[in-house]
Design a protein around this ligand. Structure first.
Ligand code: FES
Ligand SMILES: [Fe+2]
Length: 377
């Protein structure tokens, strides 16, 4: 069990609100083990985490185990749809001596622990326990399975430990912008899933994603497809959007009149949701990227594909994701070595091209602050 540092001395990660005057977040954020542990509790445990989709729990009486943010939060969860059709997210840990309850997706009328046979219904209520007749004050509320906050966005499921606000405060702006897409019809395509291991701190991976500034310098081929001059960043409370317009002749969305972007040739919507989720919408569908810290200098990024229009898979900004990923990883891994330098003291932001990075660092400063309960969801 990792202990949190007893004091916050040396952990000032605040960043000036004025981008024209601000310096980037203190480099110790990337290199200090104690800061990394603190971020797990203050950043990840207080934000909404993607826990997969709902395809496996479509039917009443279905159970599906999940793990919240593997390698970082590692919280065993259980999606359970009861006979009446109500969906819940429960702790997947037996309230007796802590055995994991459900190990594979299944249909069931009850949950039975394989260790000493404690039973629960699909609402998480303990219903039976052998050899406990003489136990006092049993069962008590603590013997039922804790229910975990659960939210959904289309068919995507999100859970949170101690969220600073409802899921809508993180995803409401995404919904408003692309709510016209039939998200519930997007189909998972596991053949296009990939996991990437990156030798870098998770925040370096995220901040690289948050600026298109490097596109002409790092991604020569992508730069032929999107119009860098039109690349824009829009900041929301716990999310942001980078909008890329298509160059003439390149693939673009056919936007319906109800889209706020109707009339523009949008090549891609790159949404980032604090702290570690990217939702990249292309004319073919969604590439979801979950950034999973595996340690202070090691990050695993899960790419999950949800296809809407398979006929559009091979063109435009969303067609060469692997090549773009390799180019990004090379530069992020170089930065990882750079931020450890004794001479690197942090930098400054481009006021015109790095608003997204500044916003991310500001949120990190807010969540990492000692007294903090991030305000105003
Ligand atoms: S740990 Fe589950 S019944 Fe003992
Ligand atoms: Fe990039």
């Amino acid at each position: 069990m990792t202990r949190l540092p007893s004091s916050d001395a040396g952990h000032d990660f605040s960043v000036d609100a004025d981008i024209t005057a601000a310096a980037t977040i203190a480099p110790s954020f990337y290199v200090d083990e104690a800061a990394h542990m603190l971020a797990r509790e203050r950043v990840f445990a207080r934000s909404w985490q993607w826990i997969g989709d709902l395809a496996e729990v479509a039917q009443p009486g279905s159970l599906s185990p999940r793990e919240m943010l593997p390698g970082c939060l590692d919280e065993p969860l259980l999606l359970a749809r009861d006979a009446a059709g109500a969906l819940r997210c429960l702790s997947n840990v037996c309230t007796h001596r802590g055995n994991l309850l459900v190990k594979a997706p299944c249909r069931a009328e009850q949950i039975r622990c394989s260790y000493h046979s404690r039973r629960f219904d699909l609402r998480g209520q303990m219903t039976f326990m052998p050899e406990f007749d003489r136990a006092k004050n049993f069962p008590s509320p603590a013997d039922h399975l804790p229910q975990v906050p659960l939210g959904r966005f289309g068919d995507l499921a999100f859970a949170a430990i101690d969220p600073v606000g409802p899921l809508e405060s993180f995803l409401g702006d995404v919904q408003e912008r692309i709510g016209w897409m039939p998200l519930a019809d997007f189909r998972p395509d596991p053949s296009r899933n990939r996991d990437y291991d990156v030798a870098a701190h998770w925040a370096l991976y995220v901040e690289n994603y948050l600026e298109g500034f490097h596109v002409p310098f790092v991604h020569a081929d992508l730069n032929q497809v999107i119009d860098y001059g039109s690349y824009s960043s829009e900041l929301f409370r716990y999310a942001n959007l980078q909008l890329a317009l298509a160059r003439d002749g390149e693939a673009a969305f056919e936007l319906p009149p109800q889209s706020p972007d109707h009339g523009q040739r949008v090549a891609a919507y790159y949404f980032w949701v604090f702290p570690n989720l990217m939702l990249n919408f292309y004319p073919w569908g969604l590439s979801l990227n979950l950034v999973q810290p595996q340690g202070i200098g090691h990050t695993r990024v899960a790419f999950r594909a949800y296809v809407w229009d398979a006929s559009r898979l091979d063109g435009g900004a969303g067609s060469a994701l692997h090549q773009v990923e390799m180019e990004d990883e090379a530069v992020v891994q170089a930065v990882q070595r750079g931020v450890r330098s004794r001479w690197y003291r942090g930098g400054r932001y481009s006021p015109t091209r790095e608003q997204g990075v500044h916003h991310f660092h500001r949120l990190l400063g807010e969540f990492m602050a000692p007294t903090s309960r991030a305000a105003g969801a």
